[in-house]
Write a protein that binds this ligand. Structure first.
Ligand code: PMP
Length: 897
């Protein structure tokens, strides 16, 4: 980007500042910049896509000014940090947890390192540009200063070719992740992305969406919302803070728990001004449908450009999606694409339009701006057409620019086979593997997709809906029922495609983990995994049930999905109390239709020997149905059905209200789960009161979560009544000692729920010291509102962290204040719209949450004081018959305050 004095300015292909563009911008406003000569330019650069609302959007500036008034800084988390996390959780489908960085490169690097740490593998397949750091630049042979060893670890993902990807994953082991920029050309479609995710899951490869460009631009939730495909991890940057430096790595809790162990972190990650800007930016994007405006503006501009080019008989491609269009000329009249493009850009620049080949629209580009761009390009296309006709750009293009473009063309011609930033190619190792393996590939692919087991067509297979939904099928000549059925059986089912009805448009509605998870009780019933783990029975065990067709892909789970999608609580009696219920979450066809089960909770036993105050009492326990140990035949039947029906299970959680270690055949259950789903992650949640058994772990356990709430017998036993602290500590240390000798990595997590009797800072530090001493991988502190809740530790930042210690994570087991606030906002809207019964049930659900968690404690935690005040205020506006549902809880609560 730097202009050298004298001689040809070296063109960095995308921005020869000072030649076609102003070298210095002295002022920016809305969609315009002013250069040092006082000339105003229309900027189609939008801060490399970051100024999505325009350069000086009032809401963002106000938020920044307010924050400046409160002081700037970094290091200690602030309320605005929590707010931005909540906004991301609400907006981005895969964002359960969030870690902030400053640049896109920070978070793509964090994501890749996390994937490597989590999978224990090294290689990464890339698609697009992912930043300037070594792990990625190792794919660019022209980039100097990269350690040679790294070059072997990165390769290009075959472009939009599922077959070739399948081939690669079959042949090259050791692949940790596939990272995809969904804006990289040629852009993918949802069928491809669905296939990619399904295939990667089968191979235990994580999928990272690099949403640095697509985030907040294609849709508020990025490409994953736009295409309806949820990746494992995603990276956001550019537009999220409208020009302020901020980026985010997001993903599910079970993956993000490994992030601390990768040492992800930087001084300015929690810098507060950018967070304030992000809060305003994301809110504006979500509340005012900014993305639709960008699509409309982009489309308008494209139509104008297309008309202009056609009029001059020029061959151009407008690639990408309208919010980010890339103008590509083909080689014509003996002139290169690059030369024609820069001639076009030069002509725009001569009329003060600042553009690279990539047109980045912002909300601030108004009709006048766009019409002017179209008018100027008409003239610019004429100049390009003249050059094509003459076969030369001499006298049309500034000599200095022409020299630079030619030099760049020469460099490309002499360069080794491309591994350019836009579309890197496989590096030698993988490319070589692919070539070597090609002979056996067809057979392998058949095994991979078709497999020995034929996939049964669903009873309600709707071939027309199937074809309508996936344009790639129409394009490849699938036009009859037989062809559609064959495609579904050979590929579609494994790719997670949906073949029974139309897709449901993404929209905000209620959600909860039951949308894509199941919970199997020790005696074989399927139950709802609510936060208490006890309430909702979905169906008893039944040999004649097909657990794929009739349950997970059929009416049992579908009823829950349909209710939530229609904003109804599926089981109002306990959904209204359950902290798993979320409001206004983005539903995509992924949530409803994908054949991936996120978590299969298993309850290996219901025979816990402890008597903890927050749990089911022993006498009630005894009355539960029998057997109290999960039978392998039951699990096998269910897994077989799921597998036959094409369902992929991503994670097994062995927990529930018994103690997994008390199942005499725990190793058998683990082995069974892994034999059907070798790539699923399997975690056991135990109270660790038994001796550690290496055989059980060897059967396929990936993670042991040990719930040990204390640092000695006195602090531990108060809650874990009847438990033995020394035994738990021995269990954890033995597991940690055994881990290095195991064939697969084993993660050991010490889960410490903070109560009033174990919450002194010295105790929390002592736990971390003990964890370090025993070699335990992670400390997880849980701030609970259940049981004898802590008054001292209410917020994450109050937990002291030992340095050096083990990685620490902190979770809150309590209702989400943000979600309760959202319900009250919806209730208010419902009241204004005259819908009193909806308002009543929403307010009631908030009151029930608060009373359930806080009644016995005699006070509401500080995090919820304003929520309680709002409930009280809103309840006064409800009519008498609606208030009845809320009344008792509210009276009790108010009496306690
Ligand atoms: N990923 C993508 C898709 C990008 O376009 C970019 C930058 N253009 C990056 C990552 C790197 O982001 P940054 O320049 O903020 O480090």
């Amino acid at each position: 980007m730097t202009a050298t004095a004298g001689g040809a300015t070296p063109i960095v292909d995308w921005c020869p500042s000072g030649l076609v563009h102003p070298a210095i911008a002295v002022r920016r406003s809305r969609a315009h910049i002013t250069d040092e000569r006082g000339q105003e330019w229309i900027a189609l650069l939008s801060g490399w896509g970051s100024n999505i609302l325009g350069y000086d959007h009032p809401r963002v500036l106000d938020a920044v000014r307010t924050q400046l008034g409160k002081g700037i800084g970094t290091g200690i988390q602030t309320p605005v940090w929590t707010e931005v996390v909540r906004l991301l959780q609400k907006t981005v489908p895969c964002a359960e947890q969030v870690a902030f960085g400053k640049n896109g490169s920070d978070v793509t690097t964090g994501a890749v390192r996390l994937a490597r740490a989590f999978t224990g593998r090294e290689r990464v397949l890339i698609r697009g540009y992912h930043g300037f750091q070594d792990w990625y630049m190792a794919s660019d042979p022209g980039c100097l200063g990269i350690p040679g060893g790294l070059r072997e670890t990165v390769a290009g993902l075959p472009v939009n070719d599922i077959g070739a990807l399948g081939e690669m994953l079959e042949l090259a082991d050791n692949i940790a992740a596939v990272i995809v920029d969904p804006a990289a050309l040629p852009i993918p479609d949802s069928a491809y992305l669905l296939g990619l995710v399904a295939l990667c899951r089968e191979h235990g490869v994580l999928v990272i969406f690099d949403e640095v460009v697509t985030g907040f631009r294609l849709a508020p939730g990025g490409a994953q919302e736009h295409y309806g495909v949820k990746p494992d991890l995603a990276c956001f940057a550019k537009a999220m803070a409208n020009g302020f430096p901020l980026s985010a790595l997001v993903g599910p809790e079970y993956l993000m728990a490994t992030l601390p162990a990768t040492r992800f972190g930087m001084t300015f990650a929690s810098e507060v001004v950018s967070l304030a800007a992000a809060q305003a930016t994301i809110s504006e994007i979500c509340e005012n449908d900014v993305c639709s405006a960008l699509w409309a503006k982009g489309e308008f501009l494209r139509q104008g450009l297309r008309r202009g080019a056609e009029r001059c008989g020029l061959n151009i491609e407008l690639a990408g999606e309208p919010p980010r269009t890339q103008v590509i000329f083909s080689d014509q009249g003996g002139l290169s694409e690059r030369l024609l493009r820069w001639l076009f850009l030069q002509e725009l620049g001569r009329q003060q339009i600042l553009a690279t080949g990539i047109l980045l629209i912002s909300l601030a580009h108004d009709d006048d701006d766009l019409e002017r761009v179209i008018a100027v390009s008409e003239r610019a296309f004429e100049v390009v057409a003249e050059a094509v006709e003459r076969g030369s750009a001499e006298n049309l293009m500034a000599a200095e620019l022409l020299a630079s473009v030619r030099a760049a063309d020469d460099r490309t011609a002499c360069a080794p086979p491309p591994a350019s930033a836009e579309s890197p190619q496989p590096t030698s190792t993988l490319g070589h593997l692919i070539r070597r393996g090609s002979a056996g590939v067809r057979r392998r692919l058949r095994l991979l997709f078709g497999g020995p087991k034929p996939i049964r067509l669903p009873d309600d297979f709707d071939w027309r809906a199937y074809l309508r939904r996936y344009p790639d099928l129409q394009e490849t000549g699938h036009d009859t029922e037989a062809k559609a059925a064959l495609h579904f059986q050979e590929y579609g089912a494994r790719e997670g495609r949906w073949a029974t009805r139309e897709s449901y448009p993404p929209r905000r509605a209620m959600s909860c983990p039951a949308v894509h998870s199941l919970f199997l009780r020790a005696w074989g019933d399927l139950a709802c995994w609510d936060d208490a783990g006890v309430d909702g029975k979905l169906q008893p065990f039944d040999q004649s049930t097909d657990y794929a067709r009739d349950v997970f892909l059929g009416p049992v789970s579908d009823r829950i999905r349909q209710d939530l999608y229609a904003n109804r609580m599926p089981f109002p009696e306990y959904c209204s109390r359950c902290i798993c219920l979320e409001t206004e979450v983005m539903h995509t066809s992924y949530n409803r239709d994908c054949k991936v089960m996120e978590t299969f909770h298993l309850e290996p036993s219901f025979r816990c020997m402890l008597d903890c105050p927050g749990c089911i009492k022993r006498e009630v326990r005894r009355l539960a149905p029998r057997p109290h140990s999960l039978q392998p035949e039951v699990l096998e039947k269910i897994l077989r059905d799921l597998d036959n029906g094409g369902v992929t299970v991503r994670r097994f959680n062995l927990q529930g209200h018994g103690e997994p270690l008390l199942n005499p055949d725990l190793a058998g259950l683990v082995g069974l789960a892994k034999s059907f789903y070798p790539n699923a992650y399997l975690a056991i949640n135990t109270n660790a009161n038994r001796p550690f058994d290496e055989e059980m772990v060897r059967a396929g356990v990936d993670e042991l979560v040990c719930s040990v709430d204390g640092v000695d017998q006195a602090s531990y036993e108060k809650y874990r009544v009847g438990g033995d602290f020394a035994a738990t500590y021995r269990f954890m240390s033995d597991a940690a000692a055994a881990a290095p000798g195991l064939p697969l990595p084993l993660r050991i997590v010490w889960r410490y729920t903070v109560f009033e009797h174990n919450d002194k800072p010295e105790q929390l530090l002592e736990a971390q010291r003990l964890a370090r001493e025993a070699g335990i991988g992670q400390m997880l502190f849980v701030l609970s509102s259940n049981g004898p809740m802590s008054n001292r530790m209410v917020r994450a930042e109050q937990i002291p962290v030992l340095d050096p210690g083990v990685p620490v994570a902190i979770h809150a087991h309590s209702p989400s204040p943000g979600d309760l606030e959202r319900r009250l906002k919806l209730a208010e809207e419902a009241l204004e719209g005259g819908n009193e019964s909806t308002a009543g049930s929403l307010v009631a659900s908030v009151a029930r949450n608060l009373s359930r968690f806080y009644l016995e404690k005699g006070r509401v935690s500080v995090n919820f004081e304003s929520v309680l005040a709002d409930v009280t205020r809103l309840a006064e506006r409800l009519p008498e018959q609606e208030i009845a549902a809320v009344h008792t809880e509210l009276e009790l609560l108010n009496a306690q305050q």
